[in-house]
Design a protein around this ligand. Structure first.
Ligand code: AMP
Ligand code: MG
Length: 647
């Protein structure tokens, strides 16, 4: 490192010296930045869509520009038709012209006469009303009978009645949509003054990052934050310039940051803000301009490592590396600033009240935001914490909203009522809610429902969690695979009143190993196990307490606890990945997962994956569609092809 580079010791010392509360951080950032709409620019009407008006729009002309007829009929003098009716029609002589749209009338409508006029035709001199053609009949070739009386002004749209010359028709700050474009076009405006869009440079940082489309090397991670932030900037009125991912290298990063900041109004980075090797972004910011860092470390979860800075008047933000933390802090703290620069109104903050069916642990001292999915329970909305944590992209991306646990609380009690801030414009209740254990087969089964455009929500909370949700009536179906050790029966013994079993499919569980491993290849279960246990270098991967697979593992191993047993991931996929990546040599998983990774497989036993159906919900259309799909040949064949045995 050259002597300009921050030393490791300095990095450590400067980490989170003062962690600010969320409100303090926002207030200080606002004070240092004082965000307000950028300067204006002129945009032709054709490109004005989604822009923000920088000034009020006054109608330059009257719309319509002249009095015009609102119907097809005859321009008349109302006084001529006093007391006209079916019983005593009035005769009017026709003037010798027909007024179409775009035709300037010549003749004056004098007493006792009428001029034929089309919808939109300019009203002729002398006329003060229009009668509909339906209320007239030809009398002879030059006159008509009128069978209704008329009042002055009838069926006339007066000049300026839509928009009057000089009237303020659109206000500064309006987001231009197709309706606004229509108003502008109608009064002949070809160019509008709009707020210049903030140019936002987006940079990802991290040696491990690879762009989507490129091959993922071992230990590589696809850059999710770059594309997420780029899209979110555009969604909120900015013009994003995604500059790719920069490795954790002080010189390269500084050069990229300087260039990016020079060319834009705002710089958003992600990663490199938490404690850890290679975290240098915040060090570099101090050199970019003053006053520099405003907040580094915010008492917020997800999002503690957020870093807010202002460099010579421009905001520089370092979002946390974890995608959900990055997305959440971006929406919570950066979006309001960006929208103000773009001249946009604040986003609406819709809240709904919901019951939280589980106890949610929370870290003391940080305002914690819990991403939730909303379901319809028996007693109103239920908010399910998505539970995947801030490292998961899906936590934020699939959530309906979030709730807040105050810094001083260390948990939210089960069955609390909470205010959920929606991330979508309104509550989206799915047609079908499936909560419980996940299986690839479930995705296959749901395909026909999705094709029918039914909305389906699945939540993977494990068999027992699903069963509990079904008992509380918070879902339609709970997929379960629970073995009763006493009866050796699957699933049925676990049902209670109000639930019924819908048989699903069987999945073969077995020993997964790399196909070239002679300790397992071609062997029986017993032989494979004894060669694994005899070899001290043979490393297994276990499973979590409470899973059906764990019960199977313990039955196979009896009292043996080989090396790796306590490495206990929560899914078949994680077990297979550990073996494929040589972090372990064997484990127990289901056949289809082993097959997808090209692993060897020694079948041990068949597990039943069934559905606990909430009986009350059997009549729902989406439940019927589910049952039909399950019985269909299409789904059964697809399940078989994926390695499952439909019941
Ligand atoms: P960092 O703040 O750089 O220590 O990153 C924290 C975590 O977020 C690490 O697991 C990174 O791999 C991950 N991460 C950082 N940037 C990104 C990104 N752009 N996309 C996805 N994950 C990321
Ligand atoms: Mg990093």
């Amino acid at each position: 490192m050259n002597d300009q580079s921050p030393s490791k010791a300095a990095t450590d010392q400067q980490q989170f010296l003062t962690v600010l509360s969320r409100e303090d951080a926002i207030a200080r950032f606002d004070a240092a930045l004082f965000p307000r709409p950028l300067q204006r620019e002129s945009a032709p009407l054709a490109t004005a869509l989604r822009r923000v008006l920088a000034a009020d729009i006054l109608a330059p002309i009257d719309v319509p520009p002249f009095d015009r007829s609102a119907v097809d009929g005859f321009a008349v003098r109302a006084a001529d038709l006093k007391d006209a009716s079916d019983a005593s029609p009035r005769i009017l002589q026709l003037n010798d012209e027909v007024i179409h749209c775009g035709v300037l009338p010549k003749a004056t409508v004098t007493g006792g006469t009428a001029t034929p006029i089309a919808t939109g035709g300019p009203l002729p001199r002398g006329a003060d009303a229009v009668v509909m053609v339906e209320h007239t009949a030809p009398a002879d070739r030059t006159s008509i009978e009128v069978r209704r009386s008329a009042i002055p002004g009838q069926f006339i749209s007066g000049a300026g009645s839509d928009m009057a010359r000089g009237e303020t028709v659109l206000r500064e700050g309006t987001l231009v949509g197709s309706r606004e474009i229509g108003m502008l076009a109608a009064c002949g405006i070809a160019e509008v003054e709009v707020v210049r869009r903030p140019r936002v440079a987006v940079l990802s940082t991290g040696d491990e990052l690879v762009q989507p489309g490129d091959v993922l090397p071992p230990a590589g991670i696809y850059d999710a934050n770059g594309p997420i932030v780029t899209a979110a900037v555009e969604e909120n009125g900015g013009e994003a310039d995604f500059l790719g991912a920069i490795p954790d290298d002080a010189e390269k990063l500084e050069a990229a940051m300087r260039k990016a900041l020079a060319e834009s109004d705002m710089l958003i980075l992600s990663g490199g803000t938490s404690k850890g090797a290679g975290d240098l972004t915040h060090q570099l910011i101090a050199r970019l301009g003053s006053p520099g860092i405003i907040a580094h470390g915010v008492a917020l979860k997800p999002g503690k490592p957020l870093c807010l800075a202002v460099c010579d008047g421009k905001p520089v933000i370092v979002l946390p590396g974890f995608p959900t933390s990055a997305m959440f802090t971006f929406h919570d703290i950066i979006v309001p600033v960006l929208r103000r620069l773009a001249g946009l109104p604040e986003t609406s903050e819709e809240h709904v009240s919901a019951r939280v069916p589980l106890r949610v642990a929370s870290e003391l001292g940080r305002d914690e935001f819990v991403m939730v999915s909303l379901m319809e329970g028996a007693d109103g909305l239920v908010a399910y914490p998505s539970g995947k944590g801030s490292g998961a992209v899906t936590s934020f991306a699939q959530a309906d909203g979030f709730l807040r646990i105050e810094a001083l609380a260390d948990h939210l009690p089960k069955d609390s009522k909470a205010e959920v801030r929606l991330l979508t414009p309104s509550v989206r209740i799915p047609d079908l809610a499936v909560i419980g254990s996940h299986c690839v087969g479930l995705d296959i089964l749901l395909t026909p429902l999705v094709r029918q455009r039914l909305t389906v929500r699945t939540m993977a909370v494990g068999s027992l969690g699903g069963l509990a949700a079904a008992k509380r009536g918070e879902c339609d179906l709970a997929p379960i695979h629970l073995l009763d050790p006493k009866t050796a029966d699957y699933n049925t013994p676990f049902l209670s009143e109000g639930l019924e079993l819908v048989p699903g499919w069987k999945r073969m569980q077995g020993i997964v190993f790399r196909p070239d491993d002679s300790r397992f290849a071609g062997k029986s279960v017993e032989a494979a196990l004894s060669s694994a246990l005899a070899d001290h270098d043979c490393l297994m991967v276990g499973r979590n307490q409470g899973s059906g697979t764990r019960i199977l593992i313990d039955r196979l191993l009896k009292d043996a606890r080989p090396d790796g047993y306590w490495n206990q991931p929560k899914s078949h996929a994680a077990v297979a990945a550990a073996v494929a990546q040589r972090r372990a040599d064997w484990g127990i998983a289901i056949g289809p997962v082993a097959e997808r990774l090209g692993l060897g497989f020694i079948p041990v036993t068949e597990e039943h994956y069934d559905f606990a159906l909430v009986s009350d919900r059997r009549g729902r259309p989406a439940v019927s569609a589910f049952l039909e799909a399950l019985a269909s040949n299409e789904v059964r064949d697809a399940l078989k092809a994926a390695g499952f045995t439909p019941s």
